[in-house]
Ligand binder design. Sequence first.
Ligand SMILES: C[S@@+](CC[C@H](N)C(=O)[O-])C[C@H]1O[C@@H](n2cnc3c(N)ncnc32)[C@H](O)[C@@H]1O
Length: 547
Amino acid sequence: MAPTPPPGTTFSSGPHGRSLTATRDFTSGSLIATFSSPVIALPDGPNMKTTCNWCLRVGSDEGFSSVSLKACTGCKAAVYCGANCQRASWKSGHKAECKMFAKIRETMGKEWFPTPVRALAQVLLTNDKTTRDPFDGEDPLEGNFDVFKADEQVWGDFELQAMAAMTYSGVFMNEEGLRVAMKYLCQIHTNAFNRLDTDTGMSGIFLDPALARVNHSCVPNAFIGFDKRTATLRAERSIKEGEEITISYIENDKPRSVRRQGLRLYHFECDCPRCVDDLDVYQVAQTSPVLSLNSLSLQPDLSKFREPVIDRSGISMRQIEDIYKAVYDQTKPEQDNSIEAAQTRWRLCKPLVEAKMWAVEPLPTTILLLATNWQASYKWVVYALPLACFLATQCDPFKLVAPFLSWRIKGVMIITKLLAVTGELTSSGELAQRCTHEGIVGALAMADQITMCQALLHIIVHQGFIGASKDWDVLKEATTMLKDLESLPGRENESNLVQAWARDPQDPEVKVFFENEVLNPINTLASFAPEILEAVLVQGQGLVARR
Ligand SMILES: C[S@@+](CC[C@H](N)C(=O)[O-])C[C@H]1O[C@@H](n2cnc3c(N)ncnc32)[C@H](O)[C@@H]1O
């Protein structure tokens, strides 16, 4: 069966091949479509043991997550969060796959396959015609077959993957069989989207033939969120009837050469304005049509977007690319979270710091890694707060202008959790022992940390379901925390004011309240971040507690 376009959209074709086009207007944040019957939905190979192989919820069999997983007794390779998931998986093809995994375990002692190999094996094992149609029916998925074939190294890798899938799925291997398997593999690589769990960082793949019609732009008008086996396509900015719907296949806040590298797999050179004019995040943010949504955010001052306080004169886009590469080559941010690596990153980022281009990668990642490390550290936790406030006011809004995007919401949640810690330290009188920075201690002493938390939680609760889903753990946690805070006795006045602000952030009276009680303390705390980073990462000062 050929894919059908979801209501409100149609399939079209244009300069970027086939595409998905809106047949009605969508406002920013609104739902375009959900896709809940993927042809392929798999955790990445190495995550097979920590992710339910059907609903893709991350859990563990060791009790470190609320989702407990049990291995299939047949293959012991695939794990499930419950009998329903196991049954559904069995019906949709695990029955055949189970034997394959058992064979791999016996012959190679291995428990998982590289993701594309497993995906291809699933396609080969599934004899159900409806499942295979998107690959070889009358309206087949784009595969860029000839372009892949022209790249000797990639083609060689693909051949190994195809042969492994054929061997283990027990498919008879001859020349024609291999050609067909290679065609499927190219289609999988071209059309499966990375199903990244933003909370756990676990990745996987998701292929739905209708969703696969959506083309890429580095300034997209839509985005995808994943929840279990469902992908949700939402408008990031308003989309007019007749407009092509686009998403970003890659992290689009990286320098252009890094984005191009990420898009190599898809075989095209992006012709979006960000790429053509090599714009930085501030230039993209400046003209964003969703600026005004930031009234319910920690950066409601739109002049900061329109006239960012940065100095580009001493730094070129080329230099920024070189800094990015040096940081990733020399310090491996994904693996090395040591203070030495952070110091090297900071040194390499100096031209960006001098230009005050805080939102330009790899500077925000450098700060985020440190903030995350400190958040989990007894000694440093208080110092994580100014960094988190800085990220949420000076970095995230410029990288991701729509305030409902999940990374922005997560940034707000980090501040809320840190305020819950500092709030307790303030009431127990321990704060000054745990933090020697007088500015932080003073700002927190003056602040009503409960009101701050309440306002931040409203930001999350009002927008979190857009950026992720209504079942997002961050949203659920925020809802519970907000309920708890709003039931505290003697705080009715503050609660009413916060609620009034969340209902209408432009109302002049409550706007002043929000500025005084929430925004000013957050901006004051954020203002300490550069000096703290400089002291720790350049002067090597320990800002640690007096104990
Ligand atoms: C997931 S498919 C998208 C649907 C595809 N256009 C089709 O006809 O089936 C990805 C492929 O679409 C094409 N594509 C997507 N975005 C593009 C863009 N911005 N410019 C040029 N080609 C693009 C590339 O061939 C890419 O490999």
